[in-house]
Ligand binder design. Sequence first.
Ligand SMILES: NC(=O)c1ccc[n+]([C@@H]2O[C@H](COP(=O)([O-])OP(=O)(O)OC[C@H]3O[C@@H](n4cnc5c(N)ncnc54)[C@H](O)[C@@H]3O)[C@@H](O)[C@H]2O)c1
Length: 444
Amino acid sequence: MKDIIVQPATGKLGILMPGMGAVATTFVAGVLASRKGIAQPTGSLTQTANIRIGKRTENRNPKIKDFVPLANLNDLVFGGWDVYSDSMYDAAVNAGVLERGLIEQVKDELELIKPMKAVFDKRYVKNLDGTNVKTGATKQDLVDALIEDIDNFKIANDCERLVMVWCGSTEIYHEAKEVHASLENFEAGLLNNDPDIAPSMMYAYAALKSNVPFAMGAPNLCLDIPALEELAKITETPIAGKDFKTGQTLMKTIVAPGLRARALGVRGWFSTNILGNRDGLVLDAPENFKTKEVSKGNVLDGILDARINPELYGDIHHKVRIEYYPPLGDNKEGWDNIDIFGWLGYQMQIKINFLCRDSILAAPIVLDLALFMDLAKRSNLSGIQEWLSFYWKAPQTLPELEPIHDIFKQLEKLENTLRYLMGEELITNLGMDYYEDVDAEVEL
Ligand SMILES: NC(=O)c1ccc[n+]([C@@H]2O[C@H](COP(=O)([O-])OP(=O)(O)OC[C@H]3O[C@@H](n4cnc5c(N)ncnc54)[C@H](O)[C@@H]3O)[C@@H](O)[C@H]2O)c1
């Protein structure tokens, strides 16, 4: 086994977020409340999950945070950018996710977190208009300003290390072009104001240039372009994306592996949901919705694979709809209708009605990603962090690798990576050794 040296998590870790809306404020308020002991960070693997180490008979199931050296919640500091100048306190109140009583208990700290001026381009987010925005003659100037923000934040907050997690809006759908094909082209594009360089790409570029790991929480075309993959390698910085896996897609990657496990056929999967937060408003613009639709659309293909099993999965009608419906706020309601078939082709149906809270599901993902990306950096891992696929709707992989969507396989990958980093044996679940030992004892 390769010897990996994991540097300790000493000093403060700064978590920088482009986008300080519902997800970001729910995350930060939740961490502050957890620190004070007034709420529990439920749903976060790094804070509440256990991991099995060694054989089943050893009964070693430590908490993940006691097994790998992660930054402590008390050592986290928060900052970021937004096109609106509201403090995190005002933004949390506006988002309407958390109860006012809880927000008030962490008000003093939230009020101190004010967004830096954003790099923004309305062409990429049609339904927003913000004023807290940087200006510059070229995109290179804007990137330089972001790098300066990063440096200043690190010094002002006495941070040992930083990570960046995109919690900003979904940008319009666009495809990779020549300017994204290499770092050289990209850097020329920054100087020439190439319109195909999106704001999220500029944040990612600034982070990687500053050796700061970057995770992409929206479905934006951003990290998954050769130029930024190249930069991540050169600067030995971890990257991971994209699109936090919450709500309906989370359910899909839980249910679909079960259907496949039982070799049940699937004819159709219709998913629709209504939500009323600002994210819903942004996704109400067709070009922005397209980005989300593409990211959600591939999830089933990887689990119910028509190429491997055309009899069961060759003709699935998969449709996804999102409707903006303001009265619901952040409380999304999703419906899934799944048409399946079993023995002798007999048809059955499954209906799922998930009354979920988007940001409540996304906030612990931000925390885990921040802590795991920092762990990756301290373990000298760089480039694409496929072991974090667990958290994504559209996991980033090398181009020649197909992403793994099955949540149980993703968890196995994540846990085995942690065991690997700590020099522990990987768990294959073969289990023959238990029985071989018994036989050996009997022979004796
Ligand atoms: N909540 C979930 O379950 C979930 C799941 C997957 C992905 N996401 C994605 O996470 C992102 C955040 O979701 P949310 O509910 O917090 O949305 P939100 O609209 O409440 O917050 C996004 C914030 O980003 C800001 N923003 C937009 N462009 C920016 C830029 N260029 N620079 C800085 N700030 C910018 C907006 O002003 C807004 O305040 C969205 O892209 C959403 O699609 C959310």
